[in-house]
Ligand binder design. Sequence first.
Ligand code: HEC
Length: 134
Amino acid sequence: MKCVLTLTVAVALALTSLSGPTAADAVRGKKNFKRCKACHSLTEGKKLTGPSLYKIYGRKAATMPKFRYSKGLKQAAEKGLVWNRENLMGYLKHPKKFLQKYLGQKRVSNKMINKYKKEKFRKDVVDYLESVSK
Ligand code: HEC
């Protein structure tokens, strides 16, 4: 009996982790996004130090008109970089390293110098960006 119970709990846990972002994650992500707001708006066409992140989730990289992106990010966009979950998680962790890996070269230019090491922080921000990109 105990065994069945353990199994039920395990399945339930697995299902929760598979069910994608919850509203609570997105709420936390909205708070986390305050740290991005110094440089990013979510308003279409409104650039700050960084480009607008309007509908960024699922969008091709470096597509905001009139923003002067780094050559590195433009090259990655030419190679087909799209801001899905995996790429956002990698980029936010270490933008430059992400571009180096994506482009397969050591010398890359990059304009976003902030790094966000904490996986949970990044995950919640990405959940939030996904939720506002629909
Ligand atoms: C100090 C300013 C600054 C902060 C803070 C910052 N960024 Fe950026 N970000 C930039 C700049 C500048 C670029 C342009 C990068 C380039 O051209 O290489 C950029 C680019 C991006 C891009 C690519 C946009 C595109 O159009 O392809 C994403 C996604 C992004 N930032 C997300 C975030 C998130 C999420 C946070 C907060 C967790 C954040 N940034 C914090 C300055 C910042």
